[in-house]
Ligand binder design. Sequence first.
Ligand code: GLN
Length: 547
Amino acid sequence: MSSTKYIFVTGGVVSSIGKGIAAASLGRLLRSRGYTVAPLKMDPYINVDAGTMNPYQHGEVFVTDDGAETDLDLGHYERFLDVNCTRNSNVTTGRIYKSVIDKERRGDYLGATVQVIPHITDEIKEHIRRVGREQNADIVIVEVGGTVGDIESLPFLEAIRQFRKDAGAENVMYVHVTLIPTVGRWDEIKTKPTQHSVIKLREIGITPDVLICRTRVPLPDDVRAKISLFTDVAQNAVIESLDVETIYEIPLLFEQAGLARLTLRRLGLPDAPPDLAEWERIVQRIKRPSARCRIALVGKYIENRDSYLSIAESFHHAGAAHDAAVEIEWIDSSELEHVDAAERLRHVDGILVAHGFGARGVEGKLNAIRYARENGVPFYGICYGMQMAVIEFARHVAGLEGAHTEEVDHNTPHPVIHLLPEQRGIGDKGGTMRLGAYPCRLQPNSLAARVYGDTVIYERHRHRYEVNNEYRALLERYGMVFSGVSPDNRLVEMVELPEHPFFLAGQFHPEFKSRPNRPHPVFVGLVRAALERRHQHAYTPALVEQG
Ligand code: GLN
């Protein structure tokens, strides 16, 4: 391929409109035609990365193989495109400015007055090109975070405007994602916000080639004609994006609407029939499952479900693999400190205790784990969830009263979870955890090894604390198996209880590696165990009565 093509995706009217999913869906269609697609998310906030951001506000922090803490949209890109993003797949205003300021301090600008244009915009443009080069991409899809009209996204929009001149108009396409609201009792369709959003974009010098219109109701042709007339976007490029049951359906709808065809024509690339058979099969299974099970997701940030986005998606992937729907029961861990955990959890077929930080809700997580352990309920613990499984076992099985993690209780008599040696003395919070993919060795014949069907795995991490090796022998004597360890045996990576039908936990985040076409083994295993439990219990008269 002679020159890389660039697709820029902006959003208008409201935030959280699904630009990421729209961009990822277009990417899927291009990839299904054999093109190499590299995604890039540009976030206008000043944080250098998403690592220090509160999940309540911003949703999940997605971790890449190379250890970057990024925006959750990268998760959509990895899942839709089936590629691994890198630390360069997400860039923020903070990171761009930091790099420009570092250069200025080094004297790289030779005394020039350093300005937004050209220095910041040049830095942004260079970052865009770098992603294309690094990933050897035919097409780079660049999503600009925020909403057109925001002050803070202006330098990014200016940079992508300039990009067209630099790269040549034939190599650049602009996609604008907007919302078409309906008002009143009869759901009257309103196009004005979209018209205004495009006016705003054109003021900056960007005329979109394609409009993707999010809508609850189908858009009649005359509405699309009107949008086309007011925005100068060809009518066949006004693409309707109807609300759907599952996000994985969106690429299929875009395909029907001809989005990939017109994109390739616009960029002067040859079209070919897409291979979407596998994708269609997955969507069918998600939409029409033949079985179901209910799994509790116990976490601290439940009010913003985006905090657990990759976990929820992983359950959908694993469910589809079993031709089953996984209904997630979202449970705030604090709630389990006040109510009877057994009562609250009695009707679930499996329990997942999620990652987290700090003291709030910790005892609730411990109550959930105790219930799972004592009642043979399939259980998986992620990161903090694994640390809690070790604490629960130490306290209630090994008799280590007051056992805890140093993160919550500095003076615990039994610090079964303590700070990683390399974390001692680190003060900075940003980007300093143990981050990214590390190898882990699994004990042959363990549940972990059976689930993975392998003995060496690579999983992504994001933590400061670890299992205290001084307690390993003792906990083992009571029946806990440390079935996954770092290759040098210094760090515990997975624990399990062989007496239990399915009790497994890991220090890493499996949810970041699950893909619709390659569901993660840990989730596949947990869902299988949950379905089996449900099946068995369906034949227990007492439980049938309880419904
Ligand atoms: N708070 C724990 C730690 O830092 C667990 C982190 C997590 O769950 N991602 O080790």
